[in-house]
Design a binder for this molecule. Structure first.
Ligand SMILES: *Cc1c(COP(=O)(O)O)cnc(C)c1O
Length: 378
């Protein structure tokens, strides 16, 4: 027996082995049968299922450590605050942020984008200014900018993509003008799977002194992200797509930008002092976390991040690459199937249509007879 061979004859080196069966075991929901067959869940781009460790962390936290944070002088409140702030530090490391105070907890990517549009946007964007997005954005990365444009008289510009679903960088660059006040772009497209060259996009935008907001909702589950290496100005993601709880998400912002931004919502904890005449606001990130936050959600997100880091994002990316190539190859050979989104740099998101079959009907058919759970409304 060679050293790397275990008793089952598996020849892959254990350290490089991607243990699919063991990882699948971690998700209790996948152990059930649906319509008499083992559940196959392919709707992770809409929301991911939760590993046992996240479920246990939530229930343990509620059972042993729950209280409101940042205000109690009692033992439980200190314990809960510690758990909350230690999750913030975990997420800082996960994103490669320089400081924990650059991590703001929000409800999800949608709220992060609205926060930036309503605070940074309202202070920096005037009539005639431009916000630059791309054709492949999620509705969450379109509508808040449209609302900002309506309120300020600014104009939304949309950078085009090619037939494979890749951003046309030349066209993108042409749309950067002295009127451009912000670029908002997906790291990975939820519809096409395209991985955008964020480092390059940031370089081009910064050459024109334009800050870049990155929608990382589809990127963090698939790619190792380092916000300092990307040099992006803002980065957002949702916990629920990263195997974490629903209702919690993250906005990263460079400290200097966050510190210059006015608050988003008013309430408890975001203030330093309040009189009926004047209120002074707290430092960041507290200034952006008005009211009692989703405390357990933050702690659960910390557990989800630890779960992903233990597997290793490099290992996840490498394994998904192989799976994606296999799936794209097999699907492209089925008569009548047309794949949408064939970018060279692509994450594990596959969209397709079948000639003559409405996507809704196909989704229903697969759910009833396969049974496979896929999204049918993109
Ligand atoms: C899911 C998603 C969003 C919105 O995330 P929410 O969790 O619904 O706020 C934004 N952008 C992309 C690319 C997404 O996939």
């Amino acid at each position: 027996m060679r050293p790397n061979q275990d008793k089952t004859g598996d020849e892959r080196s254990p350290s490089h082995q991607f243990e699919v069966a063991r990882i699948r075991e971690a998700f209790p929901i996948l152990k059930q049968q649906v319509r008499g067959k083992p559940l196959v869940y392919l709707d992770n781009a809409a929301s991911a299922q939760k590993p046992q460790v996240v479920i246990d962390t939530l229930s343990q936290f509620y059972a042993t450590s729950y209280a409101n944070i940042h205000r109690g002088i009692h033992w439980l409140s200190e314990r809960a605050t510690e758990a909350y702030e230690s999750a913030r530090a975990d997420i800082q490391r996960f994103l490669g942020a320089a400081e924990a105070s650059e991590i703001v907890f929000v409800r999800g990517t949608t709220e992060a984008i609205n926060l930036v549009a309503q605070t940074y946007g309202r202070t920096h964007v005037r009539a005639g200014d431009e916000i630059l997005i791309s054709t492949m954005e999620h509705h969450s990365n379109i509508v808040p900018w449209q609302m900002l444009c309506e309120a300020t008289g600014a104009v939304l510009r949309v950078a085009p993509i090619n037939d494979g679903g890749e951003l046309l960088l030349d066209e993108f660059e042409k749309l950067l003008t002295p009127r451009t006040k912000l670029v908002a772009i997906a790291h990975v497209s939820n519809v096409l799977g395209t991985i955008n060259p964020i480092r390059r996009i940031v370089e081009l935008a910064h050459r024109h002194d334009v800050p870049v907001f990155v929608d990382g909702a589809q990127a963090v589950p698939h790619l190792a992200v380092d916000v300092q290496a990307l040099d992006c100005d803002f980065y957002a993601f949702s916990g629920h797509k990263l195997f974490g709880p629903t209702g919690i998400g993250v906005l990263y912002g460079k400290a200097a930008l966050l510190e210059a931004m006015p608050p988003y919502q008013g309430g408890g904890h975001m203030i330093q002092s309040v009189t009926f005449e004047k209120t002074t606001y707290n430092k960041v990130p507290d200034r952006f976390e008005a009211g009692t936050p989703h405390i357990a959600g933050v702690v659960g997100l910390g557990a989800a991040v630890a779960f992903v880091r233990a597997i290793g994002l490099e290992a996840i990316t490498a394994y998904e690459r192989k799976l994606l190539a296999y799936a794209m190859d097999r699907a492209s050979k089925i008569a009548g199937v047309r794949l949408i989104g064939t970018a060279k740099e692509k994450a594990g998101v596959i969209s397709f249509v079948v000639d003559g079959v409405h996507p809704h009907d196909l989704g229903t058919f697969l759910d009833k007879f396969a049974p496979v759970t896929i999204a049918h409304n993109h």
